[in-house]
Design a protein around this ligand. Structure first.
Ligand code: UDP
Length: 242
């Protein structure tokens, strides 16, 4: 495995929004989108980077949406949680098709016969062996999001940074689709995000990262090579620190 002196992170927690998984489709899983993301991840694992992965489920079901449609909120979130497991299983399968890469899927809720249950000690051990760890089922509790799970697992695994892979290039001063004058911030502090009320992630996830001084970078994971460039120290997307 080749090491490069320009690599600036040792261990990362990559959060991927479910929206990325549907590609051009309205709903569900687009296999070519998954293959593209998998090759981006494999490119950095081959550099020796340890990768933890948390995947959302906006391409399938989100609890808040089902609740609005009339389902009980807790049941709605359980459906969201199960949807993150579906995405994680698909991602694991795609990454595992590269026989040189080892992966492990750990769910916050037990799913005997399908995947392992989250275990901190084992997760740390596998990460140190360069196994890609996919943390599924969010925090395992309703009323949370996968952003909270990403921050939680990022802190637990002593990751250097949360990389939030989205469909947009970073954090803007306004919605760039509605406001042509919107500017893309290159750097922000945690305080800036709170004061400007910028939408980075939900507040409980964000304050968890802030309280543990875990840097967050929001970037467009659909830009080919973006993950690699970030690992090599390029200022791509928006960086949030103290
Ligand atoms: N969810 C939950 N608890 C968690 C993580 C996720 O209840 O700890 C549910 C929640 O319903 C959420 C859905 O799973 O809407 C999918 O997660 P998220 O909305 O974060 O997905 P993303 O927007 O990143 O695709």
């Amino acid at each position: 495995m080749s090491k490069n002196q320009n690599i600036i992170y040792r261990r990362i927690l990559l959060k991927i929004s479910g929206e990325i998984f549907k590609g051009e489709n309205e709903f569900g899983i687009n296999i070519s989108s998954l293959q593209k993301i998998a090759s981006e991840i494999i490119s950095i694992v081959n550099l020796g980077i340890q990768v933890g992965l948390v995947i959302g489920s906006g391409n399938l079901f989100r609890g808040t949406h089902l609740y609005e449609l009339g389902l009980n909120r807790v049941v709605s979130d359980h459906i969201g949680i199960l949807s993150t497991i579906i995405n994680s299983l698909a991602m694991k399968d795609i990454i595992s098709s590269d026989s040189c890469i080892k992966t492990c899927l750990m769910s916050a809720v037990p799913l005997n016969g399908i995947c392992e249950t989250y275990n901190h000690e084992r997760a740390m051990h596998l990460l140190s062996k360069n196994v890609i760890l996919i943390f599924a089922a969010g925090t395992g509790n309703p009323f949370f999001t996968t952003d909270s799970a990403a921050c939680l697992r990022g802190i637990e695994t002593k990751s250097d940074i949360i990389l939030k892979g989205t469909k947009v290039n970073g954090i803007y001063s306004a919605d760039p689709k509605k406001n042509s004058g919107a500017i893309l911030y290159k750097t922000l502090t945690y305080k800036d995000v709170i004061e400007k009320e910028l939408k980075v992630m939900d507040l409980s996830a964000f304050t968890l990262a802030r309280d543990h001084l875990l840097p967050i970078r929001v970037f467009n994971i659909n830009n080919t090579g973006s993950l690699y460039r970030i690992i090599m120290g390029y200022n791509e997307g928006t960086m949030i620190t103290a």
